[in-house]
Every structure is written in structure tokens, then in C-alpha cells.
Design a protein around this ligand. Structure first.
Ligand code: SF4
Length: 433
């Protein structure tokens, strides 16, 4: 690897640490007081947010795996030193093969004691505290943290009924990396009203200064996502004027995307996960039957080139298919004018793939380097939205730290900086709270 955990001056490379923590997870030293200091670990949406929220470097939000069985092989530890949290790394060589010797059962975090004589301090980090609004109730009496939660600095909300790939007629058709069907109703409210979401968004804006509400859903048999979301977006936009994101399977009628845009939806995200068609069917049989890879790609193309939202994302999960296939997916998305969202496969508790091993960082690094290079070469609008720090993924602009030459593309980076300043001024003038 040409890039590693430490820079030439000996300081930590936060981008590499973020990526490596997705791949290996974090163990918790007995010195930590997370019950008092941290946000509660909320396993919601598709389950990717099942970890501990940590801020690396100046403002690199990340959601680090801490509860899965494979975390016990991690060399990384969270330690509390006086009032500060730090990440330490054991000096032993990391062995990927050691996963074979671990039991795949149990649920962390396991609180153990790090032998500091056998480890090195990596960097100081920040544990974002739980916002007070998490424990507030909406006027219907629901706990706001069961309506939506912070995933970095934006508000994530699941909207609509349980993804129909989970039943009642779609049993065994759910995506094999996903736990959404287990979380809805247990970790988050199964039934939310428009008012519940609007009140939660207002509270999150007031206290946590959110700028973006990202709403996702699973499959409906009808594929009528306009019908599902229209009342919610209408009210959210009218009451808050926050930036709004839509993440849903391809709509039955692509003309509805024009209506979403007219309603003020800023971003559309379509998650096809893998480019390999055979794996697409194997990993998500319901997704393949109800949508199909071709339909996802057509929807991305339509949204990016016919409708023209502020941004359109095609989402993939690196680690579920060969590296070359992930790279081909990134190329396809960029070549069609959309921005890739690249997740790192996380074998989460309860998922069909929950007992798989996490990916190797050595395999992930070239994927994320390619991702950054292509976004910059194509001149895509990355890092423009104000205060949108995403903890579940490497943001494209964060991948700059993974490059052998982070100073490349100076003119393009300057243009993005000015665009971000201008967009922020417009947003601040228009937001209603
Ligand atoms: S479409 Fe797949 S990933 Fe999305 S909620 Fe349904 S089962 Fe989960």
C-alpha cells in the first residue's frame, strides 16, 4: 500500500484511520465511559449505523463497528485519557486469518483492558455527545430518537412500511447484508406521522444545526414512491426549507422524479450495491425481482440527466463484489453524471451475511482512490452542501487523504471551495429555522 495510518511527519492520517476502522472495528478499553459520553448506539435503517459515532481529526465523522463478532480481531482500541478520548493500536501484526478462530456469536461492545505497553497512541478523537432532542417526545408522544437519528451531522429517517422484501409475501427476499426488517418497530418506530418527522427535524435543526434530512424506504409492491413521500416532503420543505434527500427503489413512473424536484427534493440516491449482475441477484433476490439492476441504472441516468437534481447518487457496497467490479460501478455512475456513494461492507449482527468476514483495507484502498480520482476528473459537485458530514461512508472529498498526492487538482479544489461558500450563503438565507 502506498498510503498508511501515519503521515511522513508521524501524525495520523485521518482518512486512512476512518477507512481502516470500517474494515476492522474498534475495541473498548475499560477506561471509557460511553454511557455518559456517547450517543446511544442505534441500530436502524439497513443496520449500517450499528456502530459508535466518533469524530476523527477536525471534523471527519465516522460510525465505527463495535458490536459485531469480528471486532474482537481489531488492533484498534478506544481509550479515555483524562477528559479526552484516544485511539490506540496494538503493535502486533494484524492477521486476517485470525477471523477463522473467532466465535461468530455474541454481541459487543466487549469492555476489556488494553495493555498500553504493547500498543501505540494513534490520535485523539472526539465522541459526539447525545443531543438532548433524542430524549424529547413528539406531540404524539413518540421518542424523537425513534423517529430519526443523526448519522454524522445530518438527520436520517426511515419512512413507510417495512420493506416488502421482508414479507408478508417476500420472505427470504431481503438483501443479505440488511437488517432493516428486524430494526423497524424494535429500534425505531414502525409508524411515524408527518408531524412526528417535521417536529423531529425542527428539534434537530435547532439543537444540532442539521442542514439535510435524508429519508429512505424499502420496497413497496406498487413501487409508488411519489405517493408514499409526497405528503412528507411537502410539509418538511414548507416548515423547514432544509435540504432533502430521497433514497428509494426506482419509482414505477420516472416522471414522478420531476415532481419530486418541483417539490424541493435536492438529492436522489439509488442503491444498487453491486455491478455484477449475478451477484446482484444473489445478494438481493427481492431487489432483483421487484426492480432489477437495469431499472436502477436507468433511474440514475434519468434523475441525473433528465431531471437535474442538485446531486444524484448511485450507491454501492465495496467488499460485496470483486474490486474490479466496484471500480466498474464507480466508472458507470461517474460517466452518467451521478456521484458514487461507496459504503464498506459491514457484516452486521443478524444479517444473512452477518457471519462473513469484513473486507481487507488493502482491497478497499484502490476502490476509494479511484472514486476520488474520477470525481475530480469529471468535475462533480462534491463537498458542496453545508455541514453534511456523513458517518456511514467515506465522503468523496475525504478520500483526498487516501491519495499518494493529495495536493493534486488544485484548481478544481479551489472551485469547489468557492461553490461551497456560495451554496452555504444561499442555504442560510433560505432556511426557515
Ligand atoms: S431493499 Fe434490500 S437493503 Fe433496502 S430495505 Fe429492502 S431488504 Fe434492506
Amino acid at each position: 500500500m502506498d498510503v498508511g495510518l501515519f503521515l511522513h511527519n508521524g501524525s495520523c492520517n485521518p482518512a486512512f484511520l476512518k477507512l481502516d476502522l470500517y474494515c476492522k472495528g474498534l475495541r473498548i478499553d475499560a477506561s471509557c465511559e460511553l454511557g455518559d459520553d456517547a450517543r446511544e448506539i442505534i441500530r436502524n435503517r439497513a443496520g449500517l449505523g450499528s456502530g459508535l459515532e466518533v469524530v476523527i481529526g477536525r471534523d471527519m465523522y465516522t460510525n465505527v463497528p463495535v458490536v459485531e463478532w469480528w471486532v474482537r480481531n481489531s488492533p484498534y482500541w478506544l481509550v479515555k485519557n483524562g477528559p479526552h478520548y484516544e485511539i490506540w493500536r496494538e503493535k502486533r501484526a494484524f492477521r486476517y486469518e485470525a477471523y477463522d478462530d473467532l466465535p461468530t456469536v455474541g454481541r459487543g461492545p466487549w469492555v476489556e483492558t488494553l495493555d498500553r505497553a504493547q500498543a501505540e497512541r494513534v490520535d485523539q478523537v472526539r465522541i459526539p455527545p447525545e443531543p438532548a432532542w433524542y430524549k424529547q417526545r413528539t406531540s404524539s408522544g413518540k421518542l424523537m430518537q425513534r423517529i430519526g437519528c443523526l448519522q454524522g451531522t445530518y438527520l436520517g429517517v426511515y419512512w413507510g412500511p417495512r420493506c416488502q422484501n421482508w414479507g408478508p409475501n417476500g420472505e427470504n427476499e431481503y438483501c443479505k447484508f440488511c437488517t432493516e426488517g428486524q430494526n423497524l418497530g424494535s429500534q425505531e418506530e414502525a409508524i411515524k406521522s408527518v408531524a412526528d418527522v417535521v417536529e423531529t427535524a425542527i428539534a434537530a435543526r435547532r439543537e444540532s444545526k442539521i442542514t439535510f434530512v435524508h429519508v429512505n424506504t424499502g420496497f413497496l409492491d406498487s413501487n409508488d414512491y411519489w405517493g408514499l413521500f409526497e405528503p412528507l416532503y411537502r410539509e418538511l420543505k414548507a416548515k423547514t426549507n432544509l435540504l432533502l434527500g430521497l433514497q428509494a427503489p426506482p419509482d414505477a413512473d420516472f416522471e414522478n422524479y420531476r415532481k419530486f424536484k418541483a417539490l424541493g427534493v435536492n438529492n436522489v440516491s439509488l442503491c444498487f450495491e453491486v455491478m455484477d449482475e449475478a451477484l446482484f441477484k444473489e445478494i438481493g433476490p427481492g431487489k432483483a425481482r421487484r426492480g432489477g439492476l437495469k431499472r436502477y441504472l436507468e433511474a440514475i441516468d434519468f434523475c441525473a440527466n433528465e431531471v437535474g437534481f442538485d446531486t444524484v447518487n448511485g450507491e454501492i457496497i465495496a467488499g460485496l463484489e470483486p474490486v474490479e467490479s466496484s471500480i466498474a460501478a464507480i466508472d458507470w455512475i461517474v460517466d452518467h453524471g451521478a456521484i458514487p456513494t461507496v459504503c464498506v461492507f459491514r457484516p452486521v449482527l443478524g444479517a444473512a451475511y452477518g457471519k462473513r468476514k469484513p473486507p481487507r483495507v488493502e482491497d478497499m484502498l484502490p476502490v476509494f482512490q479511484h472514486f476520488y480520482r474520477r470525481c475530480m476528473e469529471k468535475g462533480l459537485p462534491i463537498g458542496i452542501a453545508p455541514n453534511v458530514k456523513v458517518s456511514l461512508i467515506m465522503l468523496p472529498e475525504e478520500c483526498r487523504g487516501l491519495m499518494p498526492n493529495p495536493d493534486a487538482y488544485p484548481i478544481r479544489r479551489a472551485a469547489l471551495w468557492f461553490a461551497a461558500k456560495a451554496f452555504k450563503a444561499v442555504f442560510n438565507a433560505r432556511v426557515r429555522i
